[in-house]
Design a protein around this ligand. Structure first.
Ligand code: PLP
Ligand code: COI
Length: 345
C-alpha cells in the first residue's frame, strides 16, 4: 500500500484531514450500526446538548507501524473502558467496548496510507469522541448522541526531542469541579486552557496541578500524568486521594514495565508538593499517549525553582530506560505482556 507523500519526520502534533472518519449515532435508546464517512464536518441543531451543557467525552490512542510493516495499536481496551467511565459521569450512554475496538480497527485500516512508517518518529493519533446531538434547553442529559473517531498523523507533543521541559505551578484547577479530574471530558480541558495559557506566557511548557481540595498534593499536568524517581532509584507514581488524576493508560503500563520488566521498585502513593520542594526526587517525567515520556528538568513555583539533577537537561537514566522499553513494546521490537499490542493489519 502506497503511503501518503508527507514529511513524516517534521510533522507537528496537529490535525490534518485523512480519507475517513468513523461515525455512529445513538437514537431511540440504541446505538446504530455505524461506519466510515469521508465527511469530516458535523451538522447539528443549535440546541444540541454539547453546545449548552458540554456533554462531551473523548479518548486518545495511537497506531504504529512495526518493523515488519504491520499496523498495531496499544491497549485499546483500556481506552474503551475509560470512555465508558467518562460517559457515565456525564450521563451519556456508554459506547459498547467491543464496538469501540472494532471501530478503531476499521478507521485505522481505512486510513492505512496515513499511518507513518516505522522509524519516522511520527504516529497516527486516533481520537474517539462522543457528544450530545439531541436538543436540550432545560438542564438535563440529551437523548441523542454521536460517537466519532478521527485519525490524524502526528509528530511529538513537546518539541525539542529529549530536551527537558520546565513546568509551572497552576493557580487554578485543571478540572471542574473538584473530583472529576479522573474523566476525559472536554469540559476538564476547557478549565485548563486559561492556566495553560498563563504557563506558556511565563515560558513554561505546562502546568503541574495541585489537588484542588488542599493544594498540598501533586496531581498531574493538563495533558499527561507525572512520574518521579527518588535518590534510591524508586519510581514514585503520584496517586490522588480524591480520585482526580486521569487513569493514564501509559502510566498504568509503565508501572508494569518498571516493576516486572525492569525490576525497579515502584511506589504508587499520594505525593506532597512539599516533598518535591524539599528535593526528594532526582528525575521527573510526563507520561501519556501524546507525551509518551517527556523529561521534566525543572518546576517553578513563584520564586522557587526545583531542579531534578539526574535529568535537568535531557532524560535521566530511569526515564530513558522506561521510554525505550515502552516504545519498543508498542512497536513490537520486544514482546510486552500478553494482550497489550492489538494487531490491526
Ligand atoms: N492526563 C491527562 C489530563 C491527559 O489528557 C492524558 C492524555 O490522554 C493523560 C493524562 C495520559 O493518559 P494516556 O496515557 O491514557 O494517554
Ligand atoms: C493524549 O495524550 O491522548 C491526550 O489526550 C493529551 C492531549 C493531547 C489532550
Amino acid at each position: 500500500m502506497e503511503k501518503k507523500d508527507i514529511d513524516w519526520a517534521n510533522l507537528p502534533f496537529g490535525y490534518m484531514k485523512t480519507d475517513f472518519s468513523y461515525v455512529c449515532n445513538f437514537k431511540n435508546g440504541a446505538w446504530e450500526e455505524g461506519g466510515l464517512t469521508p465527511d469530516h464536518s458535523i451538522q447539528m441543531s443549535e440546541c444540541a446538548g454539547i453546545l449548552h451543557y458540554c456533554q462531551e467525552v473523548f479518548e486518545g490512542l495511537k497506531a504504529y507501524t512495526t518493523e515488519q510493516g504491520e499496523i498495531v495499536c496499544f491497549r485499546p481496551d483500556l481506552n474503551a473502558k475509560r470512555m465508558a467511565d467518562s460517559a457515565e459521569r456525564l450521563c451519556m450512554p456508554a459506547f459498547p467496548e467491543d464496538k469501540f475496538i472494532e471501530a478503531v480497527k476499521m478507521v485505522v485500516k481505512a486510513n492505512a496510507a496515513w499511518v507513518p512508517p516505522f522509524g519516522s518518529g511520527a504516529t497516527l493519533y486516533v481520537r474517539p469522541f462522543m457528544f450530545a446531538t439531541g436538543d436540550v434547553i432545560g438542564v438535563k442529559p440529551a437523548d441523542e448522541y454521536q460517537f466519532r473517531i478521527l485519525v490524524t498523523p502526528v509528530g511529538p507533543y513537546f518539541k525539542g526531542g529529549d530536551t527537558a521541559v520546565t513546568l509551572g505551578i497552576a493557580e487554578y484547577d485543571r478540572a471542574a469541579p473538584h473530583g472529576t479530574g479522573n474523566i476525559k471530558a472536554g469540559l476538564n480541558y476547557a478549565m485548563s486552557l486559561k492556566p495553560g495559557m498563563e504557563a506558556h506566557a511565563k515560558g513554561y511548557a505546562e502546568n503541574l496541578y495541585l489537588d484542588s481540595q488542599s493544594r498540598t498534593y501533586v496531581e498531574e499536568t493538563g495533558g499527561a500524568n507525572v512520574l518521579f524517581v527518588d535518590a534510591e532509584g524508586t519510581l514514585v507514581v503520584p496517586q490522588s486521594h480524591t480520585d482526580s488524576i486521569l487513569p493514564s493508560v501509559t502510566r498504568r503500563s509503565l508501572v508494569v514495565v518498571a516493576r516486572d520488566l525492569l525490576g525497579l521498585k515502584v511506589v504508587e502513593r499520594p505525593v506532597k508538593w512539599e516533598e518535591v520542594l524539599a528535593g526528594s526526587f532526582i528525575e521527573c517525567g510526563l507520561c501519556g499517549t501524546a507525551a509518551v515520556i517527556s523529561p521534566v528538568g525543572h518546576i517553578v513555583d513563584d520564586e522557587t525553582v526545583v531542579e531534578f539533577p539526574a535529568g535537568a537537561e535531557t532524560s535521566g537514566p530511569v526515564m530513558k530506560k522506561l521510554r525505550a522499553t515502552l516504545t519498543d513494546i508498542q512497536q513490537c521490537k520486544i514482546e510486552g505482556p500478553e494482550g497489550w499490542v492489538c494487531k490491526i493489519m
